[in-house]
Design a protein around this ligand. Structure first.
Ligand code: PAF
Length: 283
């Protein structure tokens, strides 16, 4: 595995691979890799010749009062894990490399970036789509891999790729969970032991929603209410949202129809840590 920090060197290495007709994959990450990231790398390696993993804590997707500065980082550990999972090229640029002085161009996906996470983090998706568009342009992968845990991010990026006629395909990989069901996230390290125990309720509430729907419940308000009660019993600091929306358009459902695919995303705080999770259900 080779590490690059500069765009021109990375590009010339990738051009050499392209000349040899190698297929190239990209796994964009913010580092502090866990098994969820590594499952993306392994899938990418099983489907492509050259796997690029980017590690870049992207300042433009953090709001002013968010955790950019304290976001966990450990490049030595990440380098070893990525290498072991099958990464061929690690791209670890500096903030100046990605956003040089005078940088002023952004990619914005309207409407679907303003709901759910977008209501609580108004500038978040502008930062995500901008950095992902830059990474897709730099690497020009055949396929880029993203985790289902960030469900809205997957929908927003897929929309950008489609709207802007980008050539890369987007592959969405199922969420990896800890043994007790908590979705893997780099931010789980912020949880103290009590919060960590209580956070298991998020996946349990999603399982409850699925059970209610499978048993014939079609009223979103009632399902959300049951989920809220379950989560509230575990002392969250706040429930930012629980919604039932269309899996592609993120539009709120007033009723659930047979044979449609819905997404139930949620964001809940335990202590100071904000966690997101979701489930996709084909009814
Ligand atoms: O999902 C993430 O880790 C980030 O949002 C991404 C896609 C790497 C962009 O910074």
């Amino acid at each position: 595995m080779i590490t690059y920090s500069h765009i021109p060197e990375l590009r010339s290495a990738l051009n050499a691979s392209r000349e040899k007709k190698k297929t190239i994959a990209l796994v964009p990450t913010m580092g502090y890799l866990h098994d969820g990231h590594l499952s993306l790398v392994k899938k990418a390696k099983s489907e492509n010749d050259v796997v690029v993993v980017s590690i870049f804590v992207n300042p433009s997707q953090f709001g002013p009062n968010e955790d950019f500065v304290r976001y966990p980082r450990n490049i030595e550990r990440d380098t070893e894990l990525a290498n072991h999972a099958g990464c061929d090229i690690l791209f670890n640029p500096s903030v100046e490399e990605m956003y040089p002085a005078g940088f002023s161009s952004y990619a914005v996906v309207e409407d679907i970036s303003t709901v759910l996470e977008g209501k609580f983090r108004p500038t978040h998706f502008k930062g995500v789509t901008t950095v992902v568009l830059k990474l897709l342009n730099i690497v020009q992968p055949r396929i880029a891999y993203f985790g289902q845990k960030d469900a809205q991010q997957c929908v927003v990026i897929s929309k950008m790729v489609n709207d802007l006629n980008l050539q890369s395909e987007i592959s969405i990989v199922p969420t990896m969970r800890e043994m007790d069901g908590l979705a893997m996230s780099s931010r789980n390290v912020y949880l103290n032991s009590e919060e960590r125990k209580n956070a298991v309720v998020l996946n349990q509430s999603l399982q409850l929603a699925e059970k209610l729907i499978r048993n014939g419940e079609r009223n979103p308000a009632l399902i959300i209410n049951e989920m809220m009660n379950m989560i509230l019993s575990k002392n969250p600091t706040s429930i930012d949202y629980i919604e039932i929306v269309g899996s592609n358009d993120l539009e709120k459902k007033n009723t659930i129809e047979n044979d449609e695919t819905i997404l139930i995303p949620l964001a809940v705080r335990f202590g100071a840590t904000r966690l997101i999770d979701n489930i996709i259900i084909h009814v």
